[in-house]
Ligand binder design. Sequence first.
Ligand SMILES: O=C([O-])[C@@H](O)[C@@H](O)[C@H](O)[C@@H](O)C(=O)[O-]
Ligand SMILES: [Mg+2]
Length: 439
Amino acid sequence: MSVADAAPVTGLSSEHLGQVAITGITITPVAFADPPLLNTVGVHEPFALRAIVQVHTDAGVTGLGETYGDAGHLQRLHLAAEALTGADVFNINRMRQAVARALAADTVQGGHGMSGMVTGSSTADRVLSPFDVAALDIQGKLLGRPVSDLLGGAVRDSVAFSGYLFYKWATHPGFEPDPWGPALDPDGIVAQARTMVDGYGFSALKLKGGVFAPDQEVAAIKALREEFPDLPLRLDPNAAWTVETSIKVGKELDGVLEYLEDPTPGIEGMAEVRANVPMPLATNMCVVSFNDVPPAIAAGAVDVILSDHHFWGGLRRSQTLAGLTETFGLGLSMHSNSHLGISLAAMVHLAAATPNLDYACDTHWPWKKGDEDIVAPGALTFTDGAVAVPTAPGLGVELDADNLEKLHRQYLDCGLTSRDDTGYMQRIDPDYTLESPRW
Ligand SMILES: O=C([O-])[C@@H](O)[C@@H](O)[C@H](O)[C@@H](O)C(=O)[O-]
Ligand SMILES: [Mg+2]
């Protein structure tokens, strides 16, 4: 079947067979309500920021991407967008070269929205990501095929996610309480997990640790084990512990955790912990770019890498990472940050088309308000903790223009321009200090 034959949805015309050129890119920063979720660098601010990317083409088809919304990242996205005008959406390799060239003289200051939790990821890959996703969305729409088909084909019809538990306050100071209530001890965490499991059907649970002393977090994990005897459990203190503390906790949780995620900073420290604890070690902190893979493997630092298309360079480069983990006998899971529906759709297509991604993926999805999204409802729903892989062309999600406008206005009104969990915590508690490792 020729490409022209395979274009029932949008009618790819023969004049576009050679090239589908980018005619313009719209980048819209948005803010959506976020509860006071605690982590080892502070607390989430009342709004999470994202950038929504719309790539327009001379085929009349627009593709969608979603990424971090921090000021520095936005500036880099604009530099890249300028360089991508005229590029062929069927040649993502050349798009990557154009982005790298545009960023070569990058003097932009400022973070990327991952709040110091992820260090050293490749800037070019981080900036390329939403354009890669949008290009695949366009390709899929033109060909009448879902993005998972363009990634080699779905090997599963739905993608399982884990319930992502956070210690949290009842409310942001000065705001209305959110429906979740506080979770500041093992009972609070178990109650939160119960709500999440009953509401979404998750079949694995991850606790964001590094907030309280390790003994209290061990107690929370043991309480979860008692309440949910059959669910795989993960604990992620975001490198808040020394090597010694990590080994002590690892031994205490022998037989309880599916994996222990980033107990301590750096490849060397992780390797020492790994040699002394019984469970697999996972990371989204010490292996965050292709440059980190060889030293981590040489040191024997990790068992599982958490991929994340937002900083591994999009969907296709995330599959390159999957090839490496398969080759070297490592496990592959998926990391998340606060996100909206375009990101969820991209995560689902990627996970569906990555055979060796067989852990339940992370998602912050339950933490956003149900009606706050920039995609039209219906395409992405959780059943038994999993999201069915969209079968419509491209990502299978449609932009909701009214909500995009509303969340953009919220971005303008909220006054936030970068994620700053530590600064926000210090405004509430001036004695709060950042320490790594903390225990
Ligand atoms: O949302 C958070 O506070 C998380 O701690 C996030 O920033 C991390 O990047 C992430 O979820 C992780 O697994 O490390
Ligand atoms: Mg993590």
